[in-house]
Design a protein around this ligand. Structure first.
Ligand code: FMN
Length: 463
């Protein structure tokens, strides 16, 4: 009688990952902007001994600060949590203020995303508080988990903080001489997560390609820098079933990170209407659309397609922006359609609305728009992206077709997996329970596969 190999879910992935983050499983719930990755979601994970990241993107800093305080008051000192630290390419001051907040609030772990290069703020977070332990190794109180989809970015995170940035932080008195010296012996991030085709911003990478490539890169840089603890490589993107999680670990991932499936849980900070729509999504029900925050750069996001016009409308707006130098040069019929169907207002009314916001928040962007008709078009179109997100999160019943709901195909696979079980209903889905089921399911899949390989091998040997 064959027995399945007992693969233990709590031993999947890296032991060092579990030890350093103080977690039961090498499993992470990734951040989701504007508090969709809510304090309740992170608390639920932390209480279950699992790591979740607060979705700080797009939230005002006083809200982030309040949420961090909530987490610290609610979770015990041994219960894990972290917060998202998004690159703010054009606004380094915002990065600095975010790091001030993280250091003040004692945020132990930052999920760094959208970085194209290391910035002084990120380095300051990583390096502040470095100390040499009695055994000679370096203790780093601020952990960075970097999400990357390209090896050249991974290389920067797997390397020590850049010397010139350390020097300038030291010269400015922002870090001590000792911190700067010790920084040379640690990587920017001990955890680098290879993000394949995912919900939200995506380069649509392929996990089968990315994970082994990042692992080789890690080995190369580990050899070069000789860190006492080798950095770890994780996998994200497309993980919504036990089989997919098992495959990630079989590829060699040190940890796994999920996103889309967590948006369709009780704890996610979005509307019930969105969760209802997500619960009915299948694997083919997502689409790639332009991203509102990096609109002019042509960045892409993956969103829910079923039941909405958002991906088609967003793409149309992007095409108009690319093809026309001004709103006035767009043909009259298209202008009427965009104004009446997409905006529900005239172009100029939207501009007047955005003007009020930009006057306060980003006056130099407004000046640019006043000089350039094309830039004016971009500002107005970005209003649609902002609103479509708000309509979805608020569950506005009149704007359902315009909902922008970031989501990848992992959720469709998850929905199929739980079809016909109580978890078909999102009201029965809790983030920590999904983690438990996926990790135990992955262990079962691996046990069964390994047992079957062993059986086949014995069969061949006997024949
Ligand atoms: C609704 C939603 C919002 C997201 N927002 C962010 C974000 O603000 N910052 C971030 O680093 N990642 C964000 N992500 C990406 C997730 O943290 C995670 O990396 C990704 O969803 C994993 O791929 P999957 O969706 O295939 O599971 C978001 C994902 C979703 C679905």
């Amino acid at each position: 009688m064959e027995t399945a190999l007992p693969v233990d879910p709590s031993r999947l992935g890296s032991a060092a990952f579990r030890r350093e983050h103080g977690v039961r499983y090498a499993y992470v719930a990734g951040a989701m902007y504007k508090g969709i990755g809510s304090k309740e979601l992170v608390t639920r994970m932390g209480r279950a001994g699992l790591l979740g990241f607060l979705g700080t993107g797009g939230l005002p800093l006083d809200r982030v600060e309040a949420d961090v305080r909530f987490l610290q008051a609610t979770l015990g000192p041994a219960q894990p949590y972290g917060a998202n630290f998004l690159s703010q390419g054009t606004d380094p001051a915002l990065e600095e203020r975010t790091v001030d907040l993280f250091l003040r609030g004692g945020v132990p772990c930052a999920e760094a995303a959208a970085f194209l290069q290391m910035t002084p703020a990120l380095v300051r977070y990583r390096v502040t508080g470095l100390e040499r332990r009695a055994d000679g190794t370096v203790a780093a109180p601020h952990r960075v988990l970097a999400k990357v989809s390209r090896p050249e970015i991974a290389r920067q995170f797997l390397s020590p903080p850049p010397g010139p940035i350390l020097q300038s932080l030291r010269d400015a008195g922002k870090i001590t001489a000792q911190e700067a010296d010790l920084a040379a012996s640690i990587p920017m991030a001990h955890d680098v997560c290879a993000e394949a085709d995912s919900g939200g911003h995506t380069d649509q990478g392929v996990a089968l390609v990315l994970v082994p490539s990042m692992m080789r890169l890690r080995d190369e840089l580990q050899e070069r820098f000789g860190y006492p603890d080798a950095p770890r490589i994780g996998a994200a993107g497309g993980l919504g079933t036990p089989e997919a999680v098992a495959a990630a670990f079989l590829l060699g991932a040190d940890f796994v990170l999920t996103g889309s499936i967590n948006q369709c849980t009780v704890e996610a900070g979005t509307s019930d209407r969105v969760k209802e729509m997500l619960q009915g999504a299948d694997v083919q029900d997502t689409a790639i659309a332009p991203a509102g925050d990096l609109f002019e750069m042509g960045a892409k996001i993956q969103v829910l397609r079923k039941g909405v016009f958002f991906p088609a409308r967003a793409s149309k707006l992007y095409d108009l922006y690319r093809q026309h130098a001004s709103w006035e040069s767009v043909d009259a019929a298209t202008r009427r359609q965009v104004e009446s169907r997409y905006f529900g207002k005239t172009f100029e009314e939207v501009f007047a609305e955005t003007r009020r916001y930009y006057e306060e928040a980003l006056p130099e962007e407004l000046r640019r728009a006043e000089r350039s008709p094309r830039q004016k078009m971009a500002l107005v179109f970005r209003w649609y992206f902002f609103q479509s997100n708000r309509w979805a999160m608020e569950g506005d019943p009149d704007r359902v077709v315009d909902y922008q709901v970031q989501c990848g195909p992992a959720l469709g696979a998850f929905n199929r997996w739980v079809r016909g079980t109580p978890l078909e209903d999102w009201r029965a889905r809790h983030v920590d329970d999904l983690a438990e089921r996926l990790m135990c399911g992955a262990a079962r899949v691996l046990s069964e596969r390994l047992a079957s390989f062993a059986r086949d091998a014995r069969g061949m040997a006997a024949s």
